[in-house]
Design a protein around this ligand. Sequence first.
Ligand code: IPD
Length: 301
Amino acid sequence: SELDLQSILKFTVALAYEAGHVIRKGSEAIQLAGSNVDEKKNSVDLVTEYDVKVEELVKKKTSETYPSFKFIGEESYAAGSRPEWTDEPTFCVDPIDGTTNFVHGFPWVCISIGLIYKRHSILGVIYNPFLDLLYTGVKGSGSYVTHGGLNGTPRKLPFASSPKPLASLSQAQIAVEWGNDRASKPLTSRSESFHLIAGDPSNGVVGGRMAHSLRSLGSSAMNFAMVAQGGLDMYWEIGCWPWDVSAGVLIAQEAGGLVTGSHKVYAETKETAAFGDVGEAILTGRKYIVVRAIGDAEKET
Ligand code: IPD
């Protein structure tokens, strides 16, 4: 494309490290003195002063360096700043993905910065400052994980060691999330899907596929990153926002993952029912599915 993606990547990585520093300091302050945790939509939809602070930092720096780019961020959006979706380059930012983890001191927390262009994710940077894991992806150039800051060596994703393809869903480790909409209907539909994915068909769970395990990391971006890496075979969630997924989609896709969902405007997606009948059950009400490799998905059909 006409954008210099390598130089945007360099800028975005430096910014993610800087933001990561603020997030870590914020966490220390919270552990010592507590934080002003506010509730958004309900008592499990949390935001702290640090979400706002980090987003302000990222918004300021991106607009200084790329004044023509648009910006959409979780907290600006909540505050009513909602730019129209156009073909223009747009930074899409979750300043703290995993806010609940952040509040609880559970170290699966990251900043997620995606760049959307012509309505598709073309660059993604995810940084977890507690585990010092940096995930990057650039359209057409693969995705990488780096540990050890600017001196670290990027390792290409997925790791060759991840045993693939899987013979069936029963061998899969799958990320699911409970989300923050705890109304009866979505909660029931999620739980039913959990039953189908994890349940034992020889012990009462009709249609159960007895997957190896279900995990909830509590951060959408980290779930995407772990699928890209191979630690998770799939991630399923109902109800993500664009800032939760814009970086992760690209990083997972560049690692060979398949992303399917319904936020087509925000992320390049493929409407493929990839999991046969169980897939259909899993797919009920879905927003995003990531599987590790397209070949695996086709095999499941
Ligand atoms: C949330 C986390 C969570 C996912 C939600 C997201 P936030 O983002 O990624 O894991 O289940 O869908 O909204 O609120 O921590 O930035």
